[in-house]
Design a protein around this ligand. Structure first.
Ligand SMILES: [Zn+2]
Length: 175
């Protein structure tokens, strides 16, 4: 895991247990006290990647914010993407896949890089850029579905559904 984070090579990272109910992990934003807290019983590589990325944020190496944290964790390596991000919105059909198949991990990883490149070029709304990019890629990848299945898929992405999903995920990964 640490091999993916050469910036933390000389940093001692304390690892603790996240005990708070409904919390997948925490990462310290205090550069003087680097630490992550995770749940061993439900531990995905992407959760660790997300929390380690908070340590990069603490050092000013990654922009602040949970969504940016997700994006930079996705961009690190497709090997770390065994689950979907908790703060960036991804299509529901992708979000349900655990572990995430390598093909979908690569899709998210590439989209994260495109969004970071866009930010480097001065594009505003690069996080939104990522979400639209992934949604479009999933639409293109979907096999032709019968009309009924399509209608159900559409129903899943109504604004109300998205809000509910977003709120549920905020509770599950608050930092
Ligand atoms: Zn976080």
């Amino acid at each position: 895991m640490r091999g993916f984070y050469p910036e933390l090579e000389r940093v001692t990272v304390r690892v603790g247990l996240a005990r708070k109910r409904g919390v997948l992990g925490w990462g310290s934003l205090d550069p003087d006290h680097p630490g992550i807290w995770v749940r061993p019983r439900r531990l995905e590589a992407f959760t660790i990647a997300h929390e380690l990325t908070h340590l990069l944020q603490a050092r000013g190496l990654v922009p602040r914010g949970e969504r940016a944290c997700d994006l930079w964790a996705l961009a690190r390596s497709p090997l770390l993407v065994d689950a979907c991000p908790g703060y960036l919105r991804v299509p529901v059909e992708l979000y349900r896949l655990r572990p995430l198949p390598p093909r979908d991990a690569a899709l998210l990883h590439r989209a994260a890089h495109r969004a970071i490149d866009a930010r480097d070029r001065g594009v505003r709304g690069y996080l939104r850029h990522f979400e639209q990019d992934v949604a479009a890629a999933c639409r293109d990848a979907l096999p032709a579905a019968p009309a009924v299945a399509k209608a159900r898929a559409l129903q899943l992405v109504t604004p109300a559904g998205l809000v509910a999903r977003g709120a549920a995920r905020l509770r599950s990964r608050p930092r």
